[in-house]
Ligand binder design. Structure first.
Ligand SMILES: [Zn+2]
Length: 432
């Protein structure tokens, strides 16, 4: 971020209040540019378009985007360099990398512009939530994602950020937060939950950030309440993906999520067909700012629903009503249907004495519950029975006690985890 980007930030800020017609005009112009770029410079994209009989000239309205087939993660990875634009010096790009927790890792090259645009999108969402340029922000994340500092702006006391590793034990994380005393704290939802538990256990005093941003995992109402209780501030949830950056975010109303629809197109599909507002489907995204590697109609595997309701804040950016599942979180059952594991976790939270646990689908019909061993921990039979009630009798349930529950290589602590992987597009056809 440099000061030269301020006019662009001002424009983005203004766009969140634009009329629907203005937004559509902006989106269509950006989409045309992306599709033409993909056609001209990305051999993989052109091949995909040609196979489907699509030519960028056909793009007259947003609906025409459907002439382009869905792009799966697997196909994108297999395409390798052919997916990148030949007019971009890939050596000069920075890389966004996924942890691969939901299958193979994906790498997306970003030009300087691509990256700047991600920062601007983030700033717009932060500013909508009361962020000030002089605020200090602390990000507790996986070290891989840390970015270089901004010494010039820092010296001016602007956009100050500090990164800390999510792999540090909770007491150390809390001590680090208290020492830096940030106005904004941003970490994985699951990590917030663990920090909240630590605070509520009475062992640590709560730090006092003004804004809490949760992300990367579903924020269920129980977790929201727990974090609010521990920090005395209600968190704001952001939804994004490594592939495109921020997709949607909550404003201070903390209701449905405003989609960055002037920067990314979100389609909600079921069996490949668009569903109406308020209906569940899979999110398919098109990034309108990806000059190095076009990402057009990319199947995220995340599910939820869009709505045509309006937010009381008055912003016109359309709303994503519910995020019901993130691909990595689902359990796939033997008939191919997906089960939201939150059915299992909500049962476990009600078991007396339960502190921390993790539910792992080890095979299609085998669930293991890892329970943190504490003197108050419930006995194995109680845990097993509770879980079994939420599942079909055909599923076996195993309980194991552990001194401490393991984190992922990504740094997330997964409350639910499935070892039964599948391709997001294939999965989208089978949403239960
Ligand atoms: Zn709003």
């Amino acid at each position: 971020m440099s000061l030269s980007l301020l006019p662009e930030l001002w424009r983005l800020n203004k766009q969140q209040w634009a009329s629907r017609e203005q937004l559509e005009t902006i989106r269509l112009a950006k989409l045309r540019r992306q599709v033409w770029r993909a056609w001209e410079y990305s051999p993989f994209s052109r091949e995909r378009f040609e196979k489907a009989g699509f030519h960028p000239d056909q793009l007259e309205s947003m609906e025409d985007l459907r002439g382009i087939p869905l792009l799966t993660r697997t196909d994108y990875i297999a395409a390798g360099e052919k997916a990148y634009c030949s007019d971009v010096d890939i050596e000069q790009c920075v890389w966004a990398k996924s942890s691969g927790s939901s299958g193979s890792p994906v790498r997306i090259p970003l030009t300087r512009r691509d990256k700047q645009h991600r920062v601007l999108k983030e700033l717009r969402a932060l500013l909508a939530n009361g962020y000030r340029f002089t605020d200090k922000m602390m990000i507790i994340w996986v070290p891989r994602a840390f970015v270089d500092s901004r010494p010039m702006l820092h010296r001016l006391g602007l956009l100050r950020r500090r990164y800390a590793t999510v792999f540090a034990p909770e007491p150390d994380q809390l001590a680090g937060i208290s020492a830096y005393n940030p106005e904004v704290l941003y970490t994985y939802t699951s990590n917030f939950r663990i920090l909240a538990e630590e605070i509520l256990s009475g062992r640590r005093e709560a730090p006092k950030p003004r804004i809490l941003i949760t992300s990367a995992e579903l924020l269920d109402s129980g977790t929201r309440q727990l974090i609010t209780k521990a920090f005395a501030v209600e968190p704001i949830d952001f939804y994004g993906s490594m592939e495109v950056g921020w997709i949607a975010w909550q404003c201070q109303e903390r209701g449905a999520y405003h989609v960055n629809s002037d920067c990314v197109i979100v389609e909600c599909l079921r069996d490949g067909e668009p569903v109406g507002p308020g209906e569940d489907g899979e999110f398919v995204i098109t990034n309108l700012h990806s000059d190095a590697a076009p990402l057009i109609r990319y199947a995220t595997g995340d599910t939820g629903r869009l709505t045509d309701e309006k937010c009381s804040c008055g912003r016109t950016l359309p709303l994503l009503a519910v995020l019901s599942g993130r691909m990595a979180d689902y359990f796939v059952l033997p008939d191919g249907k997906r089960l939201s594991p939150y059915a299992v976790t909500s049962v476990l939270r009600d078991v007396p004495g339960m502190r921390r646990f993790q539910v792992v689908q080890e095979a299609e019909l085998a669930i293991k519950v890892n329970v943190q061993a504490t003197p108050q921990a419930p006995d194995a039979e109680t845990v097993r029975k509770a879980v079994q009630r939420a599942l079909s009798p055909a599923v076996s349930v195993d309980v194991e006690y552990m001194e401490s529950l393991p984190r992922e290589a990504s740094g997330k602590f997964k409350i639910v985890k499935s070892m039964v992987a599948m391709d997001p597009t294939e999965a989208a056809e089978k949403v239960a």
